[in-house]
Ligand binder design. Structure first.
Ligand SMILES: *Cc1c(COP(=O)(O)O)cnc(C)c1O
Length: 401
């Protein structure tokens, strides 16, 4: 057989055309650097879309995966698996909540939470209590339930009809919140810091009112911590920067240390909602992924990576503020630990392409937002290389070169 090329042409031939891939074929990585098959090193400020909290090549993570893989790779949830028990206990300790369900991806965690919310509400007063709400500009995933909560034209176009009895509250709009929720509301899903939507934080005022209305109407609040959770904003849960006390929390992206793993953590209120056979997944809580997740959380604590996210993130904000004084193309900087959004004048894609030429990987979201989700191990010195490159790019853009 002819040697298969890993290039954009064979990509077009082999795959459905749902991804816009960078023309890089990574073979390995170390720290915050990823290396292409031609040996080029890239400073990775995307980190597998916020997954690789420890960067690349962390030996503790590799050893935890190898050790568990040598013992047992899969059994299903017909058995009791020690790594699952340990990770569940850890998540309960970190959240102060009561019960855990493991899934494989963010969207599956959201599906599980939607199902639990509806079943919980069905067991309550009125039969019509099944409405699931989310906030405008949010992102909760790609499967039908999660997509119905996301409801952004580019994600849902052509896939209708969506899940019935879903709806949207205008972001940070307390008046709209008061209008939308009612006794028919089963749950409100929120990202304390919206990721895909361009790095926007929900206001404490909105959250306080949401919690009051929860008392009044008796619905659940589900925190989608899939992108902002696991330490990225400087606290383990990004809602810990707000007054929010959620009834359920969804985690995924970095949770499995790079392996597919997600979790729903729930309070006592929902502890008995699921009964035998009412929900499940074959792979959820895979022992290798759970072992990786434990090693990842331990490394975050041992290396004080949440503190590092705060410090390096702070450094980056200050540097971006200096850039903004020089470059009128920068409109706004939003920074929560190592979750950073920079709103720019033109399409952010331009900067992604320009940075790529300088071997720096950044990401664009919401048209004109540069989004940075670097590994939590990023040092201020490494961050500065990204800042300097962007400084050059803005300067060249102004000079028209
Ligand atoms: C990525 C993401 C999801 C979906 O996770 P997948 O693992 O891609 O299904 C859901 N919510 C948020 C906030 C995300 O960032």
């Amino acid at each position: 057989m002819k040697q298969l090329s890993v290039n954009p042409e064979s990509e077009q031939n082999l795959f459905f055309h749902n991804y816009s891939r960078l023309p890089i074929a990574p073979t390995h990585g170390k720290g915050v650097w990823i290396v292409g098959d031609d040996g080029t090193r890239y400073l990775d400020m995307i980190a597998g879309i916020g997954v690789n909290a420890l960067g690349y090549g962390d030996s503790r993570l590799e050893e935890a995966i190898a050790e568990q893989a040598k013992k047992l790779i899969h059994t299903s949830n017909l058995f009791m698996l020690r790594p699952q028990f340990e990770l569940a206990a850890k998540l309960i300790e970190l959240s102060g909540l009561s019960k855990v369900f493991f899934a494989n991806s963010g969207t599956e965690a959201i599906e599980a939470a939607i199902k639990m919310a509806r079943k919980w509400a069905a067991g309550n007063d009125s039969a019509a209590k099944n409405e699931v709400l989310s906030l405008s500009n949010c992102f909760h995933g790609r499967t039908y339930g999660a997509m119905s909560l996301t409801a952004k034209p580019q994600y849902v176009g052509g896939f209708e009809p969506l899940l019935p009895s879903t709806g949207m509250i205008a972001f940070n709009d307390i008046e709209d919140l008061e209008k939308r929720v009612s006794k028919r509301t089963a749950a409100v899903f929120i990202e304390a810091v919206q990721g895909e939507g361009g790095i926007h934080r929900v206001s404490s005022g909105f959250i306080s009112r949401l919690m009051e209305l929860r008392e009044e109407y008796g619905f659940l609040i589900v925190a989608d911590e899939i992108q902002a959770g696991c330490g990225r904003t400087g606290k383990f849960f990004s809602y810990d920067h707000t007054p929010l006390q959620p009834d359920m929390v969804c985690l995924a992206k970095p949770l499995g240390g790079g392996l597919p793993l997600a979790a729903v953590i729930g309070s006592e209120k929902v502890a008995d909602v699921l009964t035998y056979g009412s929900h499940g997944t074959t792979f959820g809580g895979n022992p290798v992924a759970c072992a990786a997740g434990l090693a990842m959380i331990e490394a975050i604590m041992d290396d004080r990576l949440m503190e590092n996210a705060l410090n390096t993130g702070d450094h980056m904000r200050r540097q971006f503020e200096l850039l903004a004084e020089k470059h009128p193309q920068i409109r706004e900087i939003r920074q929560y630990g190592l979750m950073i959004g920079v709103t720019v004048e033109r399409e952010a894609k331009y900067y992604v392409e320009s940075a790529l030429k300088r071997h720096i990987l950044i990401n664009a979201t919401s048209q004109n937002v540069i989004r940075l989700l670097p590994p939590l191990i990023l040092t201020p010195e490494e961050a500065q290389q990204c800042i300097n490159a962007l400084d050059e790019i803005f300067t060249e853009e102004t000079a028209g070169t």
